[in-house]
Design a protein around this ligand. Structure first.
Ligand code: GLY
Ligand code: MN
Ligand code: MN
Length: 440
């Protein structure tokens, strides 16, 4: 696949971030934006550190995901400054000298100890919007996370720059390589753990770098929405395989789910095919001005139409939605914003000055309620599952007659189905970032 070169798009990206920062600082009444990259966190009563996770506010400016104790300083009208922590340390690999497409755009100050940053930060901390976690405090530079600044930056972050979209396309390519290896491992009889290892090896990323823990589920495990236990033995027979796994590209995420049937399980394969076809239509519905909440409700109706066709429910999709039966089979949201974080921020933001758009009643897990606008990237991830806990609630609520329980018994051993792509909202047709990579 021909991918755009992020380096060629970076300067414009920085221009967008600078304009956003100018406005955010004006709204908050500050002179400087100060963003620590974050620090290592240590386990309680232990000297082991947790995997380092860079401050997302930092990695939107810089493709640097492993640079703790560093600082970005932006002052309107000036070149951004980077305080780059490169310790003298013979215990650990230290960050390499600054290099890459970003270097020429910053004034870079290499420091050897975290405290050296103090002399390089702005004179008056009170004039700084300092965006970070409490542990990043250094002297009187204590993160204050001013709400007007955060509200503005997070709301705007939903609109991806061409640079960010280029990185997200890269993240698709990495993940699809893993998905192909994972399917082959499943077909060869590997355990969940074995499939996970095949995935990581093909992507070239492990848990420290992947944007979230791989969900690799055989058979009934696919009914656990975030199943991350990774069994070491392959169930006999292995009937089905659900994989929800992404990859990172310079800190930007992909988040992709596919479901497979083992050979000979034709009826479950037909159900997968039906969900897959419906998912493509949902992806095509992503367009500017369309309310994502409506997309979620429409997905309920489409999925219940499929379950009706397959004889799993006995009532109309509309009736299943109204009674809550549909939420037992599709108990999560249709998706979320994605970017520097797999569940990107501000999915509920009413405006860039704050406020919240509530979820529709009865849909407590929807992660995005905004109206779609060009530049947003969202996941579209419908699913149907056979989850005993939720099906028991259907019975307790007096809706047992809405379900054909023999059909539930037939499909329960397969766990469930989810299909998930990333879709870029444009001025025109939806741009599915995931499908063309699988097709290439
Ligand atoms: N992988 C988590 C999600 O799909 O949101
Ligand atoms: Mn996912
Ligand atoms: Mn997702």
């Amino acid at each position: 696949m021909n991918l755009p070169d992020p380096g060629a798009l970076y300067s414009d990206h920085l221009g967008v971030l600078a304009r956003r920062a100018d406005e955010a600082l004006a709204r908050g009444g500050f002179d400087h934006l100060v963003v620590p990259s974050g620090r290592l966190h240590y386990q309680l009563f232990d000297d082991r550190d947790y995997p380092y996770a860079v401050n997302p506010q930092f990695k939107t400016w810089l493709p640097l995901t492993r640079l703790p104790d560093s600082w970005l300083v932006y002052t309107p009208g000036r070149r951004p400054q980077l305080v780059y922590h490169q310790p003298h340390d013979y215990w650990h690999a230290v960050p390499a000298a600054p290099s890459g497409w970003w270097v020429e755009h910053f004034d870079i100050h290499v420091i050897r100890t975290p405290e050296e940053a103090l002399a390089l930060l702005p004179k008056d901390p009170a004039r700084c919007a300092i965006l970070g976690e409490p542990q990043s405090a250094l002297g009187s530079f204590v993160p204050n996370n001013p709400q007007p600044v955060i509200d503005y930056l997070e709301y705007q972050r939903a609109f991806k720059t061409p640079y960010e979209i280029a990185l997200m396309r890269q993240a698709q390519v990495h993940a699809v390589r893993g998905h192909r290896a994972a399917e082959a491992a499943f077909r060869a009889g590997a355990s969940e753990f074995g499939i996970h290892m095949a995935y990581c090896s093909a992507v070239g990323q492990d848990a420290n770098e992947l944007p979230y823990g791989n969900i690799i589920a055989l058979d009934e495990h696919a009914a656990v929405l975030h199943y991350t236990d990774l069994g070491h033995t392959t169930p006999q027979p292995a009937r089905s395989f659900l994989i929800d796994a992404g990859a990172s590209a310079h800190g930007y995420a992909s988040d992709i789910t596919r479901t497979y049937a083992a050979a000979g399980h034709d009826e479950f394969q037909a159900l997968i095919d039906a969900v897959d076809a419906a998912q493509r239509k949902m992806c095509a519905a992503v367009r500017g001005g369309f309310d994502y909440k409506q997309l979620h409700v429409d997905a309920h109706l489409a999925l219940m139409g499929i379950l009706k066709d397959f004889g799993v429910i006995t009532v109309s999709p509309e009736a299943a939605l109204a009674s809550g039966v549909s939420a037992a089979f599709f108990p999560h949201g249709i998706g979320h914003l994605i970017g520097a974080q797999v569940h990107d921020v501000a999915g509920f933001a009413a405006s860039d000055r704050g406020g919240r758009i509530e979820r529709p009643a009865g849909h407590p897990y929807l992660r995005m309620t905004r109206v779609l606008e060009p530049g947003m990237v969202v996941t579209i991830e419908p699913g149907v599952y056979f989850i005993d806990m939720l099906l028991d609630e259907v019975k307790q609520a007096g809706n047992a007659a809405s379900v054909d329980w023999d059909r539930v018994d037939f499909f329960r051993p397969y766990g469930g189905i989810r299909i998930e792509d990333e879709v870029l909202c444009t001025d025109g047709e939806a741009d599915n970032l995931t499908r063309p990579v699988f097709a290439a």
